[in-house]
Design a protein around this ligand. Structure first.
Ligand code: NAD
Length: 401
């Protein structure tokens, strides 16, 4: 056939609700007609996870280690209400958390930019990518509510029995206390994932902590990044014409706001949590954010940053057409296909990914968009449902092939 051929299969992780419907539509309308799609399919839909006692999620993560590149649909992270709704055996953990732990990966989130949607920050004309450290700090802390007078101490007992002690505070009355930790190994992995991704995408890397106040904890993050950079990346960065820039977190925030974008901003766990929502909101819409999990060994898992769009799914079940935005999911596929093309040296596959992205952006820039973008976009616009939008992309894609 005249279809584009692949070599290595992509690990395909299907998901839940509205995004599962969109997943199939993207394959039917935009991928299968042009590509002899080779995937190893894992159904991470909640029902299948329950049937397999979540083994399917582990298998999908292991397959990603085997093949190198995965594309994932949004999935439900069960809560008490979902346990009832799906009659689950137990409250399974977040698939993203499970996959991230197995791949020891860092998540990079970037906005998809179109000309007719202006970011809230006027100067941001290039994407700002947030890299969030996904281990430790306040997310694995131990906390105490102090109710009485007394002394709080930080004690470390080494394996040989030696102890190290610091007084935290002499409490004269009620208060609060927390203990948190991180690991050199995890910080090093995070640093390498960030430096590799910066080289991969030819963008500067920024990193910031509060090392002037946190002289051991945050300072260790700063030192490890600097050491890894000097020992492994300095020359490669110079050759690629990109920079590693470290500054204090408050200075970074001020500079980012006044910048024109185009950098990767590595954030400690909590900073990344906060800043990724700020960046997503300022660029316009969660439906236009892509996300890629990169492991230090160079495994990639591409997905949309948003969830399963539950409200639209219930409308869909009632037989109503919905205008759900498929752009981030389309870009998860193009990201994965491009990376597969790069690794297998398939220029046609890479070019297809490029053209599909271009066709998607062109449709929006010509005013054809889903409902969520209509309030954000400037100029003439025509709101269409998801299927019509994918067909409009297809029209523009076909013209370029
Ligand atoms: P959500 O991202 O599905 O929706 C949040 C809000 O943004 C809603 O108002 C929704 O209508 C809107 N929205 C998001 N994506 C959109 C799109 N593509 N088009 C139009 N509007 C869009 O998040 P939620 O409602 O908090 O969670 C729904 C489900 O998704 C939950 O079960 C949650 O566990 C899951 N979830 C999964 C992931 C993931 O797999 N990565 C991430 C977040 C949430």
């Amino acid at each position: 056939s005249g279809k584009i051929q692949m070599k290595t299969p992509l690990v395909e992780m299907d998901g839940d609700e509205m995004t599962r419907i969109i997943w199939q539509q993207i394959k039917d309308i935009l991928l299968n007609p042009y590509i002899e799609l080779k995937t190893e399919y894992y159904d991470l839909g909640l029902q299948k996870r329950d049937e397999t006692n979540d083994q399917i999620t582990v298998d999908a993560a292991e397959a990603t280690k085997k093949y190198g590149v995965a594309v994932k649909c949004a999935t439900i992270t069960p809560n008490a209400q979902r346990v009832e709704e799906y009659n689950l055996k137990q409250m399974w953990k977040s698939p993203n958390g499970t996959i991230r732990a197995i791949l020891d990966g860092t998540v990079f989130r970037s906005p998809i930019i179109v000309k007719n949607i202006k970011p809230f920050v006027k100067t941001w004309d290039k994407p700002i990518t947030i890299a969030r450290h996904a281990y430790g700090d306040v997310y694995r802390d131990v906390e105490m509510r102090i109710k009485a007078k007394g002394k709080a101490e930080l004690i470390f007992t080494a394996e040989d029995g030696e102890t190290y002690k610091e007084v935290i505070h002499q409490f004269a009355g009620p208060g609060v206390l927390l203990g948190m930790h991180n690991l050199d190994k995890s910080i090093e992995s995070f640093a390498r994932a960030c430096f590799n991704y910066a080289l991969d995408s030819k963008q500067d890397l920024w990193f910031a902590t509060k090392d002037t106040i946190s002289k051991k904890y945050d300072h260790t993050f700063k030192d490890i990044f600097q050491e890894v950079f000097e020992q492994e990346y300095q020359e490669k960065f110079a050759a690629a014409g990109i920079e590693y820039f470290y500054t204090l977190i408050d200075d970074a925030v001020a500079r980012i706001i006044r910048s024109s974008g185009g950098m990767i901003w590595a954030c400690k766990n909590y900073d990344g949590d906060v800043m990724s929502d700020m960046v997503a909101t300022a660029f316009g819409s969660l439906a236009m954010m892509t996300s890629v999990l990169v492991s230090p060994e160079g495994f990639y898992e591409y997905e949309a940053a948003h969830g399963t769009v539950t409200r639209h799914y219930y409308q869909h079940l009632k037989g109503q057409e919905t205008s759900t935005n498929p752009v981030a999911t389309v870009f998860a596929w193009t990201g994965a296909l491009r990376k597969r093309g790069e690794l297998d040296q398939l220029p046609k596959l890479m070019e297809f990914a490029e053209r599909l992205e271009k066709a998607t952006l062109t449709a929006i820039e010509e005013g054809i968009m889903t409902k969520d973008l209509a309030t954000l976009a400037e100029g003439e616009k025509q709101v269409v449902n998801t299927r019509q939008f994918l067909e409009e992309i297809k029209v523009r894609l076909s013209k370029t092939l």
